[in-house]
Design a binder for this molecule. Structure first.
Ligand code: MN
Ligand code: MN
Length: 475
């Protein structure tokens, strides 16, 4: 849009009219509003630290906001479908929240985020004893810099399936008074390891300390691993577990560090798992708060993004399609699922890499995101030569740009890094493969995939406003 005001200086006027200058989101929004929104986000972050506990927390919030399970809804669907709020829980690890539109034949506006984050999983047979210490073996999940996981407080968040079929949730390290767990590194005095950091820090040394008291000192002839036995005994007393139960379990080792404000001005937020629960939370709140949704809106939260969106809970499995098919008869529509897909659009809501001033050289600054400059739109991810990228069409970039500009949303352009520097992906291509129009847009992060990632609170709030705008305007 051409700006009418003149500065009195023709060169400045031309500059103002033609060039694009990034805008600080702090200059456009009320600081108190930004801070208040982030308090809710902080609580969400610590209430769920894995895909499972995050899904639980999103469902709890949705039910508070009047959402009902899909199956319950289908048993007795109301005459007026528009505005109905439903959710579908896919195996407790991914979930789709819907606000139904006037006519499903108009297509669906999706915002798709993921709720799995890089972490360490306990191996199926994790416990062993060495040097009178009980430890647990792990297998890292997603792209981690292994050295970052030593000497930080860790919690356990997961489930165990017992022999009798009972599912037992285990969550330790997140309540006041809980113990935490630690992977201890080698002291610098004796560390003469040199060379490639990816080789110095080996996955098989990511072993978590679990205990150090032997079960007993009496009558121990012939019984080995008394410290391990004591740990097992404690697990048995508290949960009724035996060692084999740990085989049918998903016990995830995640940082047990509370989200905290960063800086004298409290402008940033440090937490584990901003990637991608920051987009999950903003997408969910946007759906809750969106006014006048005439086209069906869906916030879909997925698992397994960090390992390639595989499996029955990842974006590769299109469970949302089954849900649309089940809605079709209610709308008495002639439209096919293919037509609905053609009319649908997806914001692939995932984090972007913010420029870290100490490591600027990996970015090309004209095309990189800065903290505090609003939601980051990423035209393409992938690797050098755009390998594996879902490259958004100019048409959808144009649509989103216009939509955001008209609503006064502060947005910025952000690619991952310099060409040939590295690469990454999101869920975008999985939706694109189904024929949907997709664009990546989310929050810029510092220290992505580390145990303590950083975002700008202004970007968190702006991203929420952006997704809300997307839902409120049907195309
Ligand atoms: Mn992500
Ligand atoms: Mn990631």
């Amino acid at each position: 849009m051409a700006k009418k005001e003149t500065t009195g200086n023709p060169v400045k006027d031309i500059h103002k009219r033609l060039r694009r200058e990034p805008v600080s989101a702090w200059s456009r929004r009320d600081r108190e509003e930004i801070f208040a929104f982030n308090e809710g986000y902080k609580r969400f972050l610590f209430a769920g630290t894995t895909e499972r506990t995050s899904v639980n927390e999103t469902i709890r919030l949705a039910e508070e906001n009047g959402y009902i399970p899909f199956e319950t809804f289908l048993e007795n669907p109301p005459k007026k479908l528009e505005g109905q709020k439903v959710y579908y829980n896919n195996r407790g690890k991914s979930v789709a929240f819907w606000v139904l539109g006037k006519d499903i034949a108009d297509g669906v506006n999706f915002v798709a985020a993921h709720v799995d984050s890089p972490r360490l999983d306990l191996k199926p047979a994790p416990l062993y004893e060495d040097t009178d210490l009980c430890l647990a073996k792990t297998h890292y999940y997603g792209g981690v810099k292994k050295y970052q996981w030593f000497n930080v407080p860790l919690g356990i968040d997961g489930v165990v399936m017992k022999a009798n079929g009972e599912k037992v949730p285990v969550r330790i390290g997140f309540e006041p008074g809980d113990p935490i767990f630690v992977i201890s590194d080698l002291l610098p005095h004796l560390d003469r390891r040199e060379g490639d950091i990816t080789k110095v820090f080996q996955a098989e040394t990511l072993n978590v300390l679990m205990g150090s008291i032997p079960l007993t000192f009496e009558k121990t002839e012939g019984v080995k691993d008394l410290v391990l036995l004591n740990v097992l005994n404690l697990l048995n007393e508290r949960y009724g577990f035996v060692e084999e139960d740990l085989f049918s379990a998903e016990l995830e080792i995640v940082p047990a560090i509370e989200p905290k404000d960063v800086g004298f001005d409290r402008s940033m937020l440090a937490a584990y798992g901003h990637d991608d629960r920051v987009c999950a939370y903003t997408a969910l709140k946007a759906l809750f708060d969106a006014r006048s949704v005439s086209k069906t809106a869906c916030t879909i939260l997925l698992d397994k993004e960090e390992i390639g969106s595989v499996g029955s809970t990842g974006a590769n499995h299109t469970f949302w399609k089954k849900l649309i098919k089940r809605l079709l008869p209610l709308y008495h529509t002639e439209a096919s699922i293919d037509t609905i897909i053609e009319r649908s659009m997806v914001i692939s809501a995932d984090v972007a890499a913010g420029i870290n001033p100490s490591f600027k050289e990996v970015h090309e600054e004209k095309n990189a995101a800065k903290l505090g400059y609003g939601i980051t739109i990423t035209k393409y991810t992938g690797r050098g030569g755009k390998g594996g990228a879902s490259d958004a069409h100019a048409e959808i970039v144009g649509y989103i740009r216009r939509l955001f500009n008209e609503a006064g949303i502060v947005w910025q352009n952000g690619l991952l890094g310099k060409v040939d520097q590295g690469g990454g992906g999101t869920v975008a291509l999985f939706f694109a493969n189904e024929g949907l129009s997709v664009i990546d847009a989310g929050v810029a992060v510092l220290g992505m995939h580390s145990p303590y990632e950083i975002v700008s609170k202004a970007d968190v709030y702006e991203t929420y406003l952006a997704y809300k705008t997307f839902f409120e305007h049907s195309k």
